[in-house]
Design a protein around this ligand. Structure first.
Ligand code: KIV
Ligand code: ZN
Length: 499
């Protein structure tokens, strides 16, 4: 029997953008829409056209970008909203109408029959203007089930091509989802979508239950962005559908990690390291015993291989590290240490771990070099750093750097002094290497304004990724140090032609 396939409507650019603190510029939305299209989503809810001029600009750009996905705008049951969507050249509208008595009484102050009449009028108007209509009942899971059925059936009869049940405040459970969607998908004559929120951490489970009960479309966001606890996460829903239920989507699983990173970058909302599928720790192993197992036979501690979702396995060195992990990493680096050397490296890593530190790969290399008497010459060395910052001045930094035998002077500007210093260093290395900063993380080690800060950067030269640390009482120095440590690591490895 052919496998079932469900459609994916991604609402990162609408519901995801409603995450407090997130606002996307039109170019960012376009970049994300292209990536969503490339990922394989069927429908992109690009925004709500009525919101603002910038939003309309973004939706129009996306509509006219030649993407395969259907481009959709959120609208209320108002002709003016539909007109705004039409002006943005969208293929479809997500026409949303509150249906619970709570919303009707306290928000809209309208009766059930009044709202039904208004919604059907807006549906007819959108259809008459050539739009596909996905008709959504907001707060559907707190709506009288008999009215919900009547309402969605009426929309389908009016001509809406799809309907959607919104679990607006995340109060569904898999059992209730099964009951509700089993009934609705039998009664309503068009495909039914599930739009679940994660207020109780059940967004993914409820979406899966809805699909198993007959829903033919899922609404999701990348990284589970969205208001309050967020929406059901695209990466979790799609992976669970595929892996556990053999239900197909058009999503290319191996692009899940990269789109998560793009969304993280553009929204400025960091993904929790322990986030399923796309978190930095989703395929990271530290405990000695786990590392031994996973290196011997990956399925011992990995339910799927990281490459399936575009991730890679990370062995993190810390206080739980085992000698196997160290030996394996040294082998990966192309080194052949003696048993005594492995033991010495192991002890030093443990000591750092006991002081509450995770050992970055760069620090591990420093330990390895010291134990195995490999000398790391600093390819890039800071001679001088000057930073100017304050109110009413553009933060500026100038650096004098020894780069191999040459002395290079550069300056940079930024949103703050750290950014300016990083900009100056980036200019120094830009000419000779294609090293890029992928991530920057800062932690205060102690409290107070004199706190020691610990900066960890992730750099890549397109071939390798390294993490490096800088620690100082001065955040600018810590950042510069971390950056130079990482750059040196990459350049040195390149010279050696090693890992
Ligand atoms: O969660 C919800 O109910 C929504 C609708 C406005 C579609 O996002
Ligand atoms: Zn929502």
């Amino acid at each position: 029997m052919a496998k079932r396939r469900v459609k994916v409507l991604d609402t990162t650019l609408r519901d995801g953008e409603q995450t407090p603190g997130v606002a996307l510029a039109p170019e960012q939305k376009l970049e994300m829409a292209r990536a969503l299209d490339d990922l394989g989503v069927d429908i992109i809810e690009a925004g709500a056209a009525i919101t603002s001029e910038g939003e309309r600009q973004a939706i129009k750009l996306i509509s006219n970008a030649g993407l395969d996905a259907e481009i959709c705008s959120f609208v209320r049951a108002l002709r003016s909203d539909v007109d705004a969507a039409l002006a943005c050249d969208v293929d479809s509208v997500h026409l949303v109408v509150p249906t619970s008595d709570i919303h009707l009484k306290h928000k809209l102050k309208k009766s059930r029959q009044e709202i039904k009449r208004i919604s059907l009028d807006a549906t007819r108007y959108a259809l008459d203007h050539g739009l596909v209509v996905e008709f959504s009942a907001e707060d559907a899971t707190r709506t009288d089930p008999t009215f919900l059925q009547e309402f969605l059936s009426a929309a389908a009869k009016e001509g809406a091509q799809r309907v959607c049940v919104c679990d607006t405040v995340g109060v569904l459970t898999p059992e209730r989802a099964n009951e509700l969607f089993s009934k609705l998908t039998k009664i309503v004559k068009v495909p039914v979508a599930a739009h679940c929120h994660d207020d109780f951490g059940m967004g993914t489970a409820n979406t899966i239950a809805a699909v198993k009960a007959g829903a033919q479309e899922v609404h999701v966001t990348v990284n589970g962005l969205g208001e309050r606890g967020g929406n059901a996460a695209l990466e979790e829903v799609v992976l669970a559908l595929t892996h556990f239920h053999g239900i197909k989507t058009r999503i290319k699983l191996n692009k899940l990690y990269s789109i998560s990173k793009l969304v993280e970058r553009n929204t400025g909302l960091p993904v929790s390291p322990t986030k399923a599928v796309v978190g930095e720790n989703a395929f990271a192993h530290e405990a000695g015993i786990h590392t031994h197992g996973v290196l011997a036979y990956p399925p011992t501690y990995e339910p799927i291989s990281p490459e399936v979702v575009g991730q890679h396995r990370k062995i993190v060195f810390g206080k739980h590290v085992g000698t196997h992990a160290i030996e394996n990493e040294l082998k990966r680096m192309g080194l052949k240490p003696t048993k005594k050397q492995v033991q010495a490296i192991f002890e030093q890593v443990k000591q750092l771990g006991d002081r509450g530190k995770l050992v970055t790969d760069t620090e591990l290399r420093v330990i390895v070099d010291a134990v195995m008497r490999r000398t790391l010459e600093e390819v890039v060395k800071l001679d001088e750093l000057t930073v100017v910052s304050g109110n009413k001045v553009t933060p500026t930094a100038s650096v004098r750097i020894k780069f191999e035998d040459k002395e290079v002077v550069e300056s940079g500007v930024g949103v703050g002094p750290v950014d300016a210093a990083m900009d100056a260093i980036r200019k120094v290395i830009e000419g000779t290497s294609n090293i890029r900063l992928q991530a920057y993380h800062v932690d205060a080690i102690s409290g107070g304004t004199d706190a020691m800060v610990d900066v960890v950067v992730k750099l890549t030269d397109g071939r390798r990724i390294v993490t490096a640390r800088g620690t100082s009482g001065d955040i600018i120095m810590a950042s510069v140090q971390a950056m130079l440590n990482g750059v040196n690591r990459l350049l040195w490895d390149r010279k050696l032609g090693g890992a």
